[in-house]
Ligand binder design. Structure first.
Ligand code: AMP
Length: 430
């Protein structure tokens, strides 16, 4: 009898211990969304906690870059405190699957109580068909593979990241968010090239990119300045990749990027807009083949190609080399031309918004762009610009100027929650 009693008590105690520890575990289990942005030589990731109140809060942001050369892994927490900083040997053979395993190991070590409920991916091309974020399944992934020829430098890496997540966790729901989707509703004239119409029907048309960034910036503008957002706005996404978009009442009307992410503005290493006759000339008279021209246009041109110094705007602004200054002059010149064209596409302009690395951080580039846009009614307030305030224009400026930091990852996390049917707080800012 004593033995029986002892067993009951012990088992009971163990039972309560089990319940208690499980309760603690459940209570501390954090629901989170993993956001992945895979490029040709980098894999960026963010982890967002979905709180009980439905807010998305950043827990960690990191990247592995130098894939294929000298891989480098860095992670920071929401306050910008470094959590990991690791260089791998130059001959380390890594691919997206390897990177994802490293990220997964890191997350398990640092965030033990995390329950990943979904992964959101930036996918560059949604083609003619996909105009909104999508919950992925094998059939859709196959269709997205068929779009690789439209974005050969980006789409394969986006899909590699999706496959790597599937291999690691086959049951985790994954959502694709397309850079082209925001521009889907543009009128046909804004999507056309002057080629025979059959080419348009075959998908050779202006798609536009950076759509996730434009959608985020537009939503934030609507939240903070609804009257401005209801008007005619040009958003200048000036980063290493750069483009501009005319947005009227929150909808994309025209964009400087078109069939590929090469068109439009001068970029870090991409040429931007170019007479197609130049490509024919290079093929016929300079003995270059398609692959060589691709490398020239994507990797050796832009700020780097003109300056011969760097693709990094900070280095060019600090440089006294005449060609570095010429590269900056041409960068600003191209922005001014696109601004005029995009304003024309809306029959006017109420506001200009700067975003992305250069747009958010370089008061000098914003100043130069605004000075060239005085004819559009823009009066920049120099103090507000130097202080990187939200509103950069004078009170009496006919056209207002704004600085809104972009957050593509948060936009992807929001879409991922929506696709998974998870309620999220209405406000985009947490
Ligand atoms: P992103 O692609 O949005 O990360 O932007 C990268 C670009 O932003 C690079 O050309 C950087 O040189 C540029 N950038 C970042 N900070 C600054 C700064 N303080 N001044 C000028 N350019 C900057």
């Amino acid at each position: 009898l004593r033995r029986c009693l002892h067993t009951c008590l012990c088992d009971g105690k163990r039972y309560f211990q089990l319940c208690f520890s499980r309760k603690i575990r459940l209570r501390t289990m954090t629901k989170a969304i993993l956001v992945l942005n895979a490029g040709s030589s980098s894999l960026k990731f963010s982890v967002f906690e979905l709180t009980h109140s439905g807010a998305l809060t950043l827990l960690a942001k990191g990247k592995i870059d130098g894939i294929g050369s000298t891989p480098h892994f860095t992670v920071k927490d929401q306050l910008g405190v470094s959590l990991a900083h690791e260089h791998w040997a130059a001959d380390t053979l890594i691919d997206h699957a390897y990177c994802l395993r490293e990220i997964s190991t890191f997350l398990r070590q640092h965030y033990q109580g995390i329950d990943f409920i979904g992964a959101g991916h930036r996918v560059v091309h949604g083609g003619i068909k996909y105009a909104a974020p999508l919950l992925l399944n094998p059939g859709i992934i196959k269709e997205l593979e068929s779009l690789i020829p439209l974005a050969p430098l980006h789409q394969p890496h986006n899909l590699a990241a999706i496959r790597a997540v599937t291999a690691l966790n086959p049951t985790l729901p994954q959502v694709a968010c397309f850079d082209t989707a925001f521009h889907h509703g543009q009128e046909t004239v804004a999507k056309l090239f002057g080629l025979p119409y059959a080419y348009f029907e075959r998908g050779i048309r202006r798609y536009g990119f950076h759509g996730i960034s434009y959608e985020y910036v537009s939503s934030l503008l609507k939240q903070q300045q609804p009257a401005v957002a209801a008007g005619k706005v040009v958003i200048a996404h000036l980063g290493n990749g750069a483009s501009m978009c005319a947005v009227q009442d929150g909808k994309s009307v025209a964009s400087s990027m078109s069939f590929t992410a090469l068109d439009g503005l001068l970029m870090g290493t991409r040429s931007g807009n170019l007479d197609p006759g130049v490509v024919l000339y290079l093929l016929e008279h300079e003995g270059m083949d398609a692959k060589q021209i691709e490398v020239l246009l994507y990797a050796q041109s832009g700020l780097l190609g003109i300056s011969g110094v760097s693709s990094d705007m900070r280095e060019l602004l600090d440089s006294s080399a005449p060609l570095a200054q010429l590269a900056i002059d041409y960068f600003v010149h191209r922005i001014s031309l696109e601004l005029g064209a995009l304003a024309a596409s809306m029959n006017g302009l109420d506001a200009l918004v700067f975003t992305a690395g250069i747009g958010e951080n370089s008061a000098e580039i914003r100043r130069r762009v605004c000075l060239k846009a005085q004819w559009l009614g823009i009066q920049i307030n120099q103090q507000a610009n130097a202080a990187a305030d939200i509103c950069l224009s004078e009170q009496n400026s006919k056209t207002s100027v704004w600085l809104i930091p972009t957050d593509e990852e948060l936009m992807i996390a929001r879409h991922t929650c929506e696709q998974l049917g998870l309620p999220i707080a209405h406000r985009i800012l947490n």
